[in-house]
Design a protein around this ligand. Structure first.
Ligand SMILES: [Zn+2]
Length: 252
């Protein structure tokens, strides 16, 4: 194999039309992290590659290094995850996973565990009757694998193990606070014990145990809301620091 060619598995996160008949794909790979690749001619009906580079598929690719973008020279489906494109609700959830994976990563920054998490989550999502657990499991593990694992066992101010009472969660501190420190911290919000327990369970238990988890509607809603707001907080802060670095570069 020429050194201008490489072979890789890739999960397709995003795609946009490019030129007359091409597509630009954002993919996630085990060894090269996130890449943007050009898929030439895939919008032509005669394209042999077209059916192998659909959204959310896991595809085995042969890629040629190019000047601006590397170019997909061959593509063959490994896992189609067909149900994710055939069912509107599942498609929506798959878009959400792909968007999170995209937003939490930089190009050319390998993260094999995250690739594996993404692949296994897409598989669970395509046949699990309850997407709630699948999505929350992905969110918590994505946070851990990208350096934002929330602390859920100790108070981030005093390091004491949390008592089984109503404690607090503080976004900017990245985790829980004991009742004493939580009450004193502006913007810390109470976290009900059942919510904390579910988050811990999702963070530490293997998938097989989680799939059997029964939750009431109220706890589900609170877990989902807290995770979504924490993720939004992390992403906004990340964006601000990128803006800040850009500004710094401009000014010097
Ligand atoms: Zn404390």
């Amino acid at each position: 194999m020429s050194e201008r060619l490489y072979r890789t598995d890739a999960i397709i996160l995003r795609r946009s039309d490019f030129g007359e008949a091409d597509r630009l794909l954002t993919v996630f790979t085990p060894e090269r992290g996130k890449l943007r690749l050009l898929a030439k001619g895939v919008r032509k009906t005669t394209s042999r590659k077209a059916g192998h580079v659909e959204l959310f598929m896991l595809t085995d690719m042969l890629v040629a290094q190019g000047h601006t973008w590397d170019i997909i020279s061959q593509a063959e489906i490994v896992e189609p995850y067909r149900d994710l494109r055939d069912d509107l609700e599942r498609t929506g959830h798959a878009y959400y996973l792909a968007e999170l994976a995209d937003r939490f990563t930089e190009e050319h920054d390998p993260n094999r565990p995250l690739f594996e998490l993404l692949a296994v989550t897409l598989a669970h999502l395509s046949h699990s009757p309850d997407p709630f657990i699948v999505l929350r499991y992905f969110e918590l593990h994505l946070l851990s694998l990208t350096g934002y694992q929330p602390q859920l066992y100790f108070c981030v101010a005093c390091n004491e193990t949390l008592e089984p009472v109503e404690n607090y969660f503080h976004f900017a501190s990245g985790g829980t606070l004991c009742a004493r420190h939580g009450q004193a911290r502006p913007n810390a919000e109470p976290i009900p014990l059942p919510v904390l327990k579910v988050l811990r369970f999702l963070q530490t238990e293997p998938w097989e145990k989680l799939a059997r988890l029964q939750l009431n509607a109220n706890t589900r809603q609170q877990v989902e809301s807290l995770l979504l707001r924490y993720i939004t907080f992390v992403l906004e802060r990340q964006l601000k620091s990128v803006d800040f670095l850009r500004k710094l570069k401009r000014d010097t």
